[in-house]
Design a protein around this ligand. Structure first.
Ligand code: BGC
Length: 758
């Protein structure tokens, strides 16, 4: 007790000596951090590198082993994650700033696609090909989170995913580095604002790097990525996020080319800091510092702390390995005092930049929640509608007439509030969420809209997360119940004018630790689908999932298919806007859609090796399946029809550093106002290395009224033609001939060429 009092007095004296200077607004956050560092003990510095979980707000989760309040009081915690209740945040913060090390805590959380208001999951947001919408959505998410006292998000996730068996495909922007970079930039700006603007919320680029390439799509498994693929594909979105000013980066869980990403000096220093010029701080993924031992990389926990520190991991998420070992490593001279300061500085600088020293508390409470929600919901509705991709619309089944009276909504995703919010929506209240049934009822109050679940959606092997952060897994229905429920759905279908079939995956099937071996519709959904189609009623299939599913049968037998991802709070209203033609779908696939899991990996920007597909004697590489995907990257239909024509290049020959401008004319030849995403692809015909058959190098989403035409232009500069060559081991800009295609998907055929000369 006595010791505590003396310590508090000393701390107060210490605070008094540096606080005036810390408060100097003319000093930069780094200068303020340096001044503070000069006054801190080794213990206090190590405390800043320690991040702890507090799951106490989640039902069923264990209380932290040591009372967090005590650890905060002792200055052992720099950051806490998973607390989202402003009252608890303020209580812990009060201890941090008035006792302990007198340094505010940085409260972090996975604000992935919303906080109170959920927006579409990130891969759905990418399907909108609308970075400005992603910026606005993340800026709302930041505003709501800051209101609660959360000042740091572990997003955006920038992992390129070319294997949809990987459940975390939901959190990224899909397979393409150019689209991924555009979404990265937009999200960082949404979370943080423009560089130079006052900072309220900090973003994290994750998971650095190569996590999406886990072998077999099995979450947490090792990745093997050759240098050229790493540089040209996997790192591009991260570079864009760094340039947009992201304050932090999260090191990934897995081994990259045999070296764990969290102990990988080449990755975290040579690439991230030296090449990419990142100057924020690196936080490990959860327990990843401690796990360096599990990987067979570190000899023990102390060695794990040493190797993570040497690699440049500033903050240890959850493992406590830094807290237990770093001081000793400093005392032994294995980690120098300067190296320790270098680890702490960017964390303190971020706290200063966020204004936490001046204003550490949350200002939000429950009463303001609803007020904020109303205007945010409007944006979420627009975002969800912009994300949907219309895959098929034979005979113009869609849009449905508003005079339709008897509407059957059938399927396990037709009325599930929890699932519509999507994975990583822990702070949203499912009760706020509009399901498909509710959305259609809102749109057509006079119609008879009835629902039947039809079949059950269940994982064979639930993960450790199921039941903790989502509903508890339901017991398997017995045969009688399964038959009765199927029958009920069929009789409802028979008794309707149209069936809206909501199939796919539950949100927790598209999550961390949620890999799949197949892309089939889970459970008995395929059977339900075929039986409903056999009724002869018009059927609209709505797909909810973030990975492409095997809908080969549906693509031949169901008139209309729309991929809706998980749209968030306003899913049902947005889907109703699309179903009944108030909005025309215009989303485009951010991934190549395989026919089945046997085609994986499949992506459009592949190299053309021996025997191109389409060659007359080789119609398919597989003898049991076409080589082409079911739907190509960039594909998506509209209620309008667009003509893209007249590709003009500003020059036919340019020097290596010069740009060329490509212009096309886009005309809405349809009957309704609609958006089109105009896409530009490039192919380098020769050079120091083979280049992909085509690569996205420009896109614009535009709105045109019926009959309206517009010229859309793209600048293809040196940046668009520069690539990492495994032949030169560096960034290369070749003289070569280039193909250019413009159109509405990656199979665009409008073509021209230009030459680049030295
Ligand atoms: C995930 C991260 C996440 C962290 C904190 C980890 O399991 O891989 O993406 O930010 O948990 O929730």
């Amino acid at each position: 007790m006595k010791y505590q009092t003396i310590r508090s007095l000393l701390a107060a004296a210490l605070l008094a000596s540096w606080l005036p200077l810390c408060g100097q607004t003319s000093a930069t956050p780094e200068q303020r951090a340096n001044l503070l560092l000069s006054k801190m003990s080794v213990d206090e510095k190590v405390g800043q590198l320690n991040q702890v979980f507090d799951f106490s707000g989640l039902p069923g989760m264990p209380a932290p082993a040591q009372k967090l309040e005590d650890q905060v009081r002792q200055g052992q915690i720099g950051s806490i994650l998973f607390v989202t209740d402003p009252k608890r945040i303020n209580a812990l913060q009060k201890i941090a700033v008035s006792e302990g090390a007198h340094i505010p805590i940085l409260f972090g959380f996975d604000v992935i696609h919303g906080f109170d208001t959920e927006f579409p999951v990130p891969v759905g947001m990418a399907a909108s090909w609308d970075p400005e919408m992603a910026r606005k959505a993340q800026s709302v998410a930041a505003e709501e989170a800051v209101h609660a006292g959360v000042r740091w998000t572990f997003a955006p996730m920038l992992d390129i995913a070319r294997d949809p068996r990987w459940g975390r495909i939901s959190e990224g922007a899909g397979e393409d580095p150019y689209l991924g970079a555009a979404m990265a930039r937009a999200q960082v700006k949404g979370f943080q604002g423009e560089p130079g603007q006052p900072l309220r919320f900090a973003a994290t680029l994750k998971h650095f790097a190569g996590y999406g390439a886990a072998e077999g799509g099995r979450d947490y498994d090792a990745s093997y990525i050759p240098e050229e693929l790493l540089q040209n594909v996997y790192l591009r979105p991260f570079q864009a996020g760094v340039e947009a000013g992201a304050k932090s980066v999260m090191s990934a869980y897995m081994d990259l080319n045999d070296v764990p990403a969290t102990g990988n000096t080449h990755l975290l220093r040579e690439i991230l800091r030296d090449q990419m010029k990142f100057n924020g701080f690196v936080v490990s993924d959860a327990n990843a510092v401690g796990d360096l031992y599990t990987h067979g990389f570190s000899s023990d926990a102390k060695d794990a702390a040493f190797r993570a520190a040497v690699a440049g991991v500033n903050m240890d998420m959850g493992s406590g390995t830094y807290l237990k070992n770093l001081k000793q490593l400093v005392t032994e001279g294995k980690v120098s005092a300067t190296a320790l300061d270098d680890l702490v500085r960017p964390i303190l600088a971020t706290k200063f930049a966020l204004g936490l020293f001046d204003s550490p508390y949350a200002d939000g409470d429950e009463s303001t929640h609803a007020v904020m929600l109303a205007k945010h919901r409007d944006l979420a509705r627009v975002a969800a509608a912009r994300s949907a991709v219309l895959l098929r619309n034979e005979g113009g089944v869609l849009p449905l007439a508003k005079t339709t009276r008897r509407i059957a909504v059938i399927g396990p995703l037709g009325d599930s509030q929890y699932d519509m919010n999507g994975p990583w929506s822990l702070t949203a209240k499912p009760a706020d969420t509009v399901t498909i049934v509710a959305g259609i009822r809102n749109k057509l109050p006079g119609a008879d809209v009835r629902f039947a679940q039809g079949v059950q959606l269940r994982k064979q092997f639930p993960s450790m997360f199921d039941g903790l952060i989502g509903p508890k897994p339901e017991a398997e229905w017995d045969a009688d119940k399964a038959e009765a429920t199927m029958k009920e759905a069929l009789s409802l279908a028979n008794d309707s004018d149209v069936v809206v079939l909501a199939l796919g995956e539950s949100a927790l099937m598209d999550f961390e630790y949620a890999s799949r071996s197949s892309l089939a519709l889970p459970g008995r959904q395929q059977e339900l689908l075929e039986k409903i189609v056999a009724t002869g009623k018009p059927v609209v299939l709505l797909l909810f999932s973030t990975r492409p599913l095997d809908v080969t049968w549906a693509s031949q037998h169901v008139s209309a298919i729309m991929d809706c991802y998980f749209g968030g709070t306003e899913t049902g209203n947005a889907v109703a806007d699309l179903l009944f033609g108030d909005v025309s779908p215009a989303g485009k696939l951010p991934v190549t859609w395989p026919r089945n899991a046997g085609q994986i990996p499949i992506y459009y920007a592949h190299n053309l090796s021996h025997k191109p597909y389409g060659a007359p004697d080789f119609t398919s590489r597989y003898w049991d399946l076409p080589t082409e995907p079911l739907y190509p990257f960039g594909f998506g239909l509209s209620y309008a029809s667009f003509e893209i024509s007249n590709l003009r290049l500003s020059k036919k020959e340019i020097h290596t550093k010069d740009p060329v401008t490509a212009v096309v004319t886009v005309k809405n030849a349809g009957k309704v106002k609609a958006d089109e995403v105009v896409q530009l692809y490039l192919h380098q015909k020769s050079g120091s290395a083979s280049r992909p058959v085509r690569e996205l190098k420009g896109f614009q989403r535009i709105t045109l009224a019926p009959g309206e035409s517009r010229d859309v232009s793209f600048v293809v500069g040196a940046a668009e033609r520069t690539y990492w060559s495994s032949a030169t081991h560096g960034w290369t800009l070749d003289a070569s001939e280039f193909d250019v295609w413009a159109g509405d998907s990656s199979t665009a055929s409008l073509h021209d060429t230009f030459s680049v000369v030295q």
